[in-house]
Design a protein around this ligand. Structure first.
Ligand code: GDP
Ligand code: IMO
Ligand code: MG
Length: 427
């Protein structure tokens, strides 16, 4: 068997959590391969809403095993919070949530370093989620990180050394962190106790053995392709490889063992934090999308910036990931629009391009739009493709032609049930 990968094609928050939950019955194991609690994956079913940060979104259907892979960075304090919320709603995961010994730990000081670096950047700040993601991956790459497996052996000494090193760095910043550190550290240590209740594994062996046994795996991405540290709008990105290749390094799965690559996109575009956003709308239309789509961060509550769908960026993301099946989310948010626009090219300094440039200069840049007639129908109760209005099909057809990949699933509301499969499994 192979590992299917599901990932975001835009700037995150495409609806990955919802679709992983919907697809979970088709798989034996669900696993996260990168990112950490900067993610906020929302699932809704049976009138309940859950937001997952570090726990994979495959925990709610069929008692499946879920794995936090080596590419993930884990904050024990936030993990404990998340687990306790799940326990309170009747979901005990200690027996079937496995954690890679090689996953890196977000230390209390990583969060403070994130804050210090952002403050020092001033107006040029990234607008991070403040969860210590960048500093933790920095320590991983500079070979200073602590991993989950380190908890099993002489941990206190390693921890003290790391904290001392971080304090030294923090002393160079104009930031009185001491009190905050005390509070965070207390929660963090409680978190470690909780984390120790879980099964730590060599996840690369577990996952490869799972495939050998003929079982199937779904890998769940966090963030989105345009936030990838190599291919996103650098430096306004996250610090991990959010793309399909990240599933290989973040799980220990060989490239030839990757099967389908599900690419998720919204029928429009959003972005949280700073950085280029070619199709951003600053007018009433942008506000209307934000209001109708409830575009506020699942983790930070921050307003998401909104704009029309960007097919230049989307086609780039399809290429980088080798997407085999597309999934369109939140098209219901556009139900009431007379006209819908899709960016098909960028005009940069008078020249049109359909390639995503190295650097987008805000001046001398205009998106080139194609306009579509809105479908003007409440799609949220739609169950079958035969109920799709003609204008809706026209929009889908155009996207499929442009992106050269079939749109396999469309989502017309946040609930698990509001999901329509367009082709059968054989397609
Ligand atoms: P993720 O990070 O990719 O999992 O996405 P988020 O959970 O951060 O953001 C997606 C938001 O849209 C959540 O609030 C979902 O409940 C919601 N959502 C998902 N699919 C749909 C949809 O098709 N229509 C609408 N209206 N909301 C959706
Ligand atoms: P999910 O998985 C949207 C953004 C932050 C910031 C940049 C860097 O829910 O789609 P970081 O804390 O990672 O160093 O922040 O990346 N960002 C996200 N935006 N969805 C996410 O995750 C994000 N995770 C990080 O807003 O601009
Ligand atoms: Mg999210």
């Amino acid at each position: 068997m192979k590992v299917d990968v599901l990932l975001g094609l835009q700037w995150g928050d495409e609806g990955k959590g919802k679709v992983v939950d919907v697809l979970t019955p088709n798989y034996d194991v669900v696993t996260r391969f990168q990112g950490g609690p900067n993610a906020g994956h929302t699932l809704e079913f049976e009138g309940q809403k859950y937001v997952l940060r570090s726990v994979p979104s495959g925990i709610f259907q069929g008692g499946k095993v879920n794995v936090i892979g080596n590419g993930v960075v884990l904050d024990p304090a936030l993990f404990k919070q998340e687990i306790e919320q799940l326990e309170a709603s009747g979901h005990n995961l200690t027996e079937r949530l496995y954690i890679s010994k090689k996953a890196h730990l977000i230390l209390p000081t990583h969060r403070l370093l994130d804050k210090a670096y952002e403050m020092a950047k001033g107006a040029g700040k990234i607008g991070t989620t403040g969860k210590g993601i960048g500093p933790t991956y920095t320590d991983k790459i500079s070979r200073n990180g602590l991993r989950v497996g380190d908890l099993l052996n002489n941990f206190d000494e390693k921890y003290a050394k790391a904290i001392a090193r971080h304090k030294e760095i923090l002393s160079h910043y104009d930031f009185d962190y001491k009190q905050e550190l005390e509070t965070i550290e207390k929660d963090w240590k409680e978190g470690v106790k909780k984390l120790r209740e879980f099964i730590f594994i060599d996840s690369e062996y577990f996952l490869n053995d799972t495939l050998e046994e003929g079982k199937s795996i779904l890998a769940e991405g966090a963030q989105g392709t345009m936030l990838d540290v190599d291919f996103g709008s650098y430096p306004f990105v996250t610090s991990s490889n959010t793309i399909c290749a990240g599933a290989c390094t973040g799980l220990g799965i060989a490239p030839r063992k990757i099967g389908d690559v599900y690419g998720i996109f919204k029928a429009y575009c959003t972005r949280v934090g700073s950085g280029p956003f070619p199709t951003e709308l600053f007018d009433e239309t942008g506000k209307k999308i934000r209001d109708l789509g409830h575009e506020y961060g699942a983790v930070t509550g921050r307003e998401r910036r909104c704009g029309w769908i960007d097919l230049v960026a989307l086609k780039y993301a399809v290429m980088i990931n080798g997407v085999t099946k597309l999934i369109m989310m939140k098209s219901d948010v556009l139900d009431d629009f007379d006209t819908i626009k899709a960016c098909v090219a960028y005009n940069i300094n008078g020249e049109e391009t359909d390639e995503f440039p190295f650097d987008i200069k805000e001046t001398n840049f205009t998106p080139v739009y194609k306009e579509f007639k809105g479908w003007k129908k409440d799609m949220t109760k739609t169950k079958k493709t035969s109920e799709f209005p003609e204008e809706y099909n026209d929009y889908l057809d155009f996207l499929e032609d442009y992106l050269e990949v079939p749109i396999k699933i469309v989502s017309v509301g946040p609930d698990r049930e509001q999901t329509i499969v367009r082709y059968t499994a054989e397609d």
